[in-house]
Design a protein around this ligand. Sequence first.
Ligand code: CIR
Length: 254
Amino acid sequence: LRFNNAIVRTPSRSVTQGLRAVDTGAPNYETLLAEHAAYVAALEQAGVAVDVLPPLEAYPDSVFVEDAALVFTNAAIQLRPGAPTRAGEAAEIAPTLARRFERVLQLEAGTAEGGDILTTPRGVLIGQSARTSAEGAQALVALLAQLGLKGIPVQTPPGVLHFKSDCSLLDDETILATPALAASGVFDGFRVVLTPDGEEGAANAIRVNDRVFLSAGYPRAADALTQLGFRIVTLQTREIAKIDAGLSCMSLRW
Ligand code: CIR
């Protein structure tokens, strides 16, 4: 929850062809760039030093750096994105990981995307999904063990792109989650704050130092979190939402 550093990647023009489960129209490139710039500024305002990588036209979804790697304070794991058009993003982020981390491990079996991985003080939850295979989750558990961390394979709900589409860590013991995900029991032992009815999209929030970044357009979720004492920063995600993305996926933080 204390982050000094982040890696982001400027959206390429090809981002308008990013993957999406349901096509509600292509995102507008200029507006999406503005959303990204506001996100970077918000990270910086929260005290994070942001390393901005150049756009990759060959990879429309490469702005979502979270999916290609998993980072900790002294180590990183290069992942294997499960979407075929995204597999090459792992090799693209590798030189940056080598530059920034003392130790870099590589996932060598199955597939796993960072959007399915929630690091908590109780362990690293790995949601198996259409993007993260059982084999990938198992291989990741072994790599995490090398780092002294406990990996816990769980299930991303059917029809949900990534585990973290439906949840986020608000503090050491509190999770923000959709009722559907919370009902699966994966957060037993945590305090769980549920997203209000119709505001499930708020679940993909991120805690950054003393504040919580929340997507704009979820006023009841924002009120509820404010009542609980969280300092909320709302960020526009209308364009990136058109390609199934939210706030966590646009950075690697440590
Ligand atoms: C994809 O389908 O891979 C992208 N269009 C969206 C990825 C969002 N990533 C994330 O939430 N971690």
